[in-house]
Design a protein around this ligand. Sequence first.
Ligand code: R5P
Length: 260
Amino acid sequence: MPAELSPIDMAKFVAARRAVDFVEDGMKLGLGTGSTAAWMVRCLAERIRAEGLRVTGVPTSTRTAELARDLGVPVASLEQAGWLDLTIDGADEFDAELNLIKGGGAALLQEKIVASASDRMVVIADAAKEVARLGAFPLPVEVIPFGWQTTQALIEEMLAGMDVDARAVTLRKSGDAPLLTDEKNHILDLHLKRIGNPRQLAMMLNQIPGVVENGLFIDICDAVVVGHADGRVTVRDLEGVQEGRVDPGLVRNIFADPGN
Ligand SMILES: O=C[C@H](O)[C@H](O)[C@H](O)COP(=O)(O)O
C-alpha cells in the first residue's frame, strides 16, 4: 500500500467504496474508466476476494479491462453480457440535474454505450467535480479521423449560434500526434467555459457529420456518490441526498493482497 493516500485519492476511494455497496451477487456491471473508476475496480476486486461475490464486468476501455483482469475481476464484452444491471463510472463534471461531462480520459464513447445499456448508472466523484453549470471542463467530442479538420470547422460554425461563454476547439494530442481513442478516432476538446443548454448542444453535436459521440451525458446518470477525504460520503439522486460514512481505514483491505 502507498505510504499515505493524498486527500483527493482518499475522497475517490471513499466514493468508490460506497458505490460498490450497490453491487449484488450475480450482477452484470459496466466498469468505468479513469482514476476514480480504477478505485471502484479495486474495491470490487476486494469484495470478490473477501466475500466470493460473483459478477461479470464490462470494461469501458482497454485500460480498465487490463486492470480488472490483473485484479481478478471477471470481464466480458458488452456483446457477451447483453443488458447490464449497473454501471459505475467517474465524471469530469456533474450538475444538480445529474447531467455530466465525461471523456477527460478519452473513453466517452464506450462509456456512453455501456451506461446506456445499463438499468442504472452511478457516478463516483470527489466534491470538486460538482458544478452549478457544466462547461468549465473542456467538452470532449469524439470524431473520426477522416476529414477531422472539416468536422472541427462545422463544430465551430455551430457553436457560433450557441449559448456558451467561449468557443475554442482544439485537437487532443498524445505527444506530437493526434490522440487515438480505443476506437481509433480523435478527440476535439471544446473550451466553452459555460454551457447554457447542455441538452441542445449534445443533440446538435451529434448531427454533425464526422462526430461519433460527445461527452455530455444527459439523463443517463441515476445517482452521484461524492466522497470526502475524511470519510464522509453523500449519495445524491433526483429524489434527494443521503449522507453516510466510509471508514478511510478500509483502504488497507484493498492492498492486503499482493496482487493489488
Ligand atoms: O474518459 C474518461 C472518463 O470519462 C473518466 O471517467 C473521467 O474523465 C473522470 O476521470 P477521473 O476519475 O480520472 O477524474
